[in-house]
Design a protein around this ligand. Structure first.
Ligand code: GDP
Length: 358
C-alpha cells in the first residue's frame, strides 16, 4: 500500500550482529569494514554513529564473482555496532525489531553457548530473519588459509582431513539450530531462505567466507524485504535510541538509528524518556568525521539532515532522561500531543515485552 504521492525510495536494510562473547562479533565487523576500505574506492564505506554503511558497489567489489550488482536495487547494508543482548532486545522500531536482518555469530569449535541461545530467543521473538556465521574456520587443525576468498573456493584448497573436521563442526551447529526449532543447512544448499536458516562458514581473521556472508545478506534483503525498504524519504524522521551519552560541549546526546524519513537540524522531536516523553528541539546533528581528519579536527561534524537508514548523534536540550531503546520521532506537520501519544504507546509496548520476558 505505497502512497505514490510521497517520494518513495529504497532504504538500506539495517543489519545487527549477535552472538556469544568472544565468538567474533567485533572481529567480523572490523573485517567487513577493513576489507571494504581496502577495496580502495573513495566512499567505500561511510562511518555513522553506531553503524557502518557499506554501499552495494563496495559489497559487489568484495563479493567478486558471487554477486551481480544488476540483480539488486537496494543501496547496500547498514551494520549497527553490536549492542549487548539486553539492549538488542529493546531495540525496537514501531513494534518490530530495529534490525531488519541479523547475523548470529557462532564459534565453529564452541558451538552454541548461553548467549547464543539468548540471541536465538530474541531473534525468534522479534521474528528477525537471520543467517548464521560459523566463525573461526581457520582454527580447524591443518587449515590452509585463503585470505578473503569465497568459502567454497577456500574449502577446495583444504585437505580431506581438515574438510571433514570442519564439516563435523558445521553439522553440529546445524543440529543445534534444529534443536532450537530452526531448520538449517549450509547456505549454498538452502533453496528457500524463508523456511531454512543459511549457515555461512567463515573466518573473521582471514576474511574467507566473508564475501559469501555479504552475498547472502544482500540476497535475503532484496528477496524478502524490498517492500519494507520502500520509505517516504521526505517524511518525518523516525528512529531508535542506541545510547545516551554525555559529550563535552553538547551535554546529554542520543546516538540514534534513523529507520524512516528524514531528521533535520532544528526539528522538534519527541524522545522516549525515563518518566515521560521528552519534547525538545534539535541543536545539532552530528556524524563522525572522516578518519583522515580525526587527528586535526573535532571528533564530530555537524550535518543539516540525515535520512534513513543512518546512525546519527542528536544534540538537544533536556536529553538527560532519554532511554536506550526508546523511540525518536520528528513532529514536523503533526501536533506535539499526537506524537507524544505515539511515543507513549510504543514505550508501553516495550515495557509489556520486558515484563513478559523477565
Ligand atoms: P566478540 O566478543 O564476539 O566481539 O569477539 P571478538 O571479535 O572480540 O573475538 C574474540 C577473540 O577471537 C579475539 O581474540 C579475536 O581475535 C578472535 N577471533 C575472532 N574471529 C576469529 C577468527 O575467525 N579466527 C581466529 N583464529 N580468531 C578469531
Amino acid at each position: 500500500m505505497t502512497d505514490h504521492t510521497h517520494a518513495d525510495t529504497l532504504r538500506t536494510p539495517i543489519v545487527a550482529v549477535l552472538g556469544h562473547v568472544d565468538h567474533g562479533k567485533t572481529s567480523l565487523l572490523d573485517t567487513i569494514r577493513g576489507s571494504a576500505v581496502s577495496e580502495g574506492e573513495a566512499g567505500a564505506i561511510t562511518q555513522h554513529i553506531g553503524a557502518t554503511d557499506i554501499p552495494l558497489d563496495t559489497i559487489s567489489g568484495m563479493a567478486g564473482e558471487l554477486i551481480d550488482p544488476s540483480d539488486f536495487d537496494l543501496p547496500g547494508l547498514l551494520f549497527i555496532d553490536t549492542p549487548g543482548h539486553h539492549s538488542f532486545s529493546t531495540l525496537r522500531a514501531r513494534g518490530g525489531a530495529l534490525a531488519d536482518i541479523a547475523v548470529l555469530v557462532v564459534d565453529v569449535n564452541d558451538g552454541f553457548q548461553p548467549q547464543t541461545e539468548e540471541a536465538i530467543d530474541i531473534l525468534r521473538r522479534t521474528g528477525t530473519p537471520f543467517v548464521v556465521a560459523a566463525n573461526k574456520v581457520d582454527t580447524t587443525p591443518g587449515w590452509n588459509p585463503q585470505d578473503g576468498d569465497p568459502i567454497q573456493k577456500s574449502m577446495d584448497a583444504q585437505s580431506e582431513r581438515a574438510k571433514s573436521m570442519l564439516d563435523e563442526n558445521l553439522y553440529e551447529i546445524i543440529g543445534q539450530l534444529s534443536d532450537a526449532g530452526f531448520s538449517a543447512d549450509l547456505y549454498w544448499r538452502v533453496q528457500d531462505f524463508q523456511k531454512n536458516i543459511g549457515v555461512v562458514p567463515l573466518s573473521a581473521l582471514t576474511g574467507e567466507g566473508v564475501p559469501d556472508l555479504l552475498t547472502v545478506l544482500m540476497g535475503l534483503s532484496q528477496r524478502f524485504m524490498k517492500e519494507e525498504m520502500a520509505i517516504d524519504v521526505t517524511g518525518p524522521g523516525e528512529g531508535t535510541v542506541l545510547e545516551v551519552k554525555d559529550e563535552r560541549g553538547f551535554g546529554a546526546t542520543v546516538d540514534t538509528v534513523v529507520y524512516d524519513g528524514v531528521i533535520r537540524n532544528g526539528d522538534t522531536v519527541v524522545v522516549g524518556g525515563q518518566d515521560e516523553p521528552i519534547v525538545t528541539e534539535i541543536r545539532a546533528l552530528l556524524r563522525p568525521r572522516p578518519l583522515a581528519e580525526i587527528r586535526t579536527e573535532k571528533e564530530f561534524e555537524k550535518v543539516g539532515e540525515v535520512g534513513a537508514a543512518a546512525g546519527v548523534k542528536i544534540a538537544a536540550p533536556d536529553l538527560d532522561q532519554a532511554m536506550a531503546g526508546a523511540p525518536v520521532r520528528v513532529v514536523r506537520d503533526r501536533t506535539v500531543d499526537q506524537v507524544v501519544d505515539e511515543v507513549k504507546a510504543e514505550l508501553a509496548e516495550i515495557e509489556v515485552e520486558t515484563a513478559d520476558n523477565g
